[in-house]
Write a protein that binds this ligand. Structure first.
Ligand code: NAP
Length: 334
């Protein structure tokens, strides 16, 4: 089995903590003049955690913010309005573990003629055990990976994200929220791809990192497919670093309490962790850029497997096959 730059996710996590204390070389590139006035930004999983922090910062910087999620509607939106001082904030329902709601969400955007300048694919779960969704697909695989494929494919296919550069000074951007722990993951196993199987806490942790590797590989392939001769849409990936959120809310109680006290002491607030995401979403430094990776405010390379062309093509085909197996309307771009 082939491995990434690190032997396992724990080593990758330790390397991530080292990075956390290293110089954030690009932090000063984000300034008060980086604003979203006149721009629309969609953030999935924006009702809490990192997504909430991103929503506040984008609204504060002039964006029309669409918070996409399945809970705390409308309370979270009202809180974002209050914290940002902006009224240009709305919430829309989508449950990424239920494929039909992704269709409804995209149809709603199409109906309301919303063409986001920035789409942040942030929603994610960390589960201590397998859970079957109504489609039969395992929940963490669906929410953290396949739903992002479905959402981006539908948005592009329905023209919500225009995939042809029209000469404007700001090309649409798609930002995938990932984790540097993907660097510890094994190569994609196509025999087991999307196959429902039971797992426990330890396998759940490695699955979380592995699904981020799969997600990053898809992001690079998506970029190749829509940016054949020029950059039409910037497709980039970021790890926000360790953030004090409720990502571990499904962990067994004792583990939750232990991790929570660590999170409280050394992890960054969602407001602070949102800043590099905002930088990648709005800065002129990223105009016309694609397949870039940031680890907080540092340029990095993803695991080399994420850039492998054969791997990207195979993942694309297998993702389509899997989606089609649970949804006859499945259709990939191109
Ligand atoms: N926290 C970290 O240290 C860290 C580090 C690296 C990367 N990340 C990544 O950052 C992203 C945000 O995580 P977080 O730390 O902010 O965790 P969080 O506080 O648990 O937020 C996750 C968000 O995803 C939403 N979500 C989960 N399942 C969903 C579904 N089926 N449909 C729609 N939305 C769903 C949650 O909504 P509900 O409230 O309704 O569950 C919540 O809004 C994730 O992609 C995570 O992998 C986090």
């Amino acid at each position: 089995m082939s491995h990434g730059r690190f032997d396992n996710p724990v080593v990758a996590a330790l390397a991530g903590i080292k990075d956390f204390f290293s110089k954030q070389e690009l932090a000063e590139r984000l300034t008060g003049t980086d604003r979203f006035d006149g721009k629309t930004c969609i953030i999935t999983g924006a009702n809490s955690g990192l997504g909430f922090g991103i929503a506040v910062e984008m609204a504060r910087r002039g964006a029309h913010v669409i918070m996409a999620g399945r809970s705390r509607i409308p309370e979270a939106g009202e809180e974002v309005k209050k914290l940002s001082g902006s009224d240009h904030v709305e919430m829309r329902y989508v449950d990424l573990s239920r494929i039909n709601t992704i269709y409804d969400f995209v149809e709603g955007l199409k109906r309301d003629k919303i063409k986001p300048d920035v789409t942040i694919l942030n929603a994610g779960v960390a589960l201590p055990g397998a859970r079957k969704t109504e489609s039969g697909i395992e929940e963490m695989f669906l929410v953290n990976y396949l739903s992002n494929v479905i959402l981006t494919q539908l948005m592009i296919n329905r023209g919500v994200i225009p995939a042809k550069y029209n000469g404007s000074s700001f090309r649409p951007r798609i930002v995938f929220i990932s984790s540097d722990s993907h660097q510890g993951s094994s190569a994609i196993d196509y025999d087991e791809f999307g196959v429902y199987e039971q797992y426990g806490v330890s396998k759940g942790i490695s699955n979380y990192s592995y699904f981020k590797l799969v997600l990053n590989t898809y992001a690079v392939e998506l970029s190749r497919r829509i940016n054949k001769d020029k950059v039409n849409v910037g497709v980039n990936v970021i790890c926000p670093g360790p953030v004090h959120t409720e990502i571990i809310k499904n962990a067994p109680r004792l583990l939750y309490l232990t991790l929570k006290s660590i999170f409280r002491i050394i992890f960054r607030s969602p407001a602070k962790a949102a800043l590099p995401v905002v930088y990648m979403s709005v800065s002129p430094d990223y105009e016309g850029k694609t397949e870039e990776y940031l680890h907080m405010f540092r340029h990095k390379k993803m695991d080399p497997k994420c850039y492998d062309r054969e791997e990207g093509k195979k993942l694309w085909d297998e993702s389509f096959k899997l989606w089609k197996s649970v949804d006859p309307k499945a259709k990939m771009i191109g």
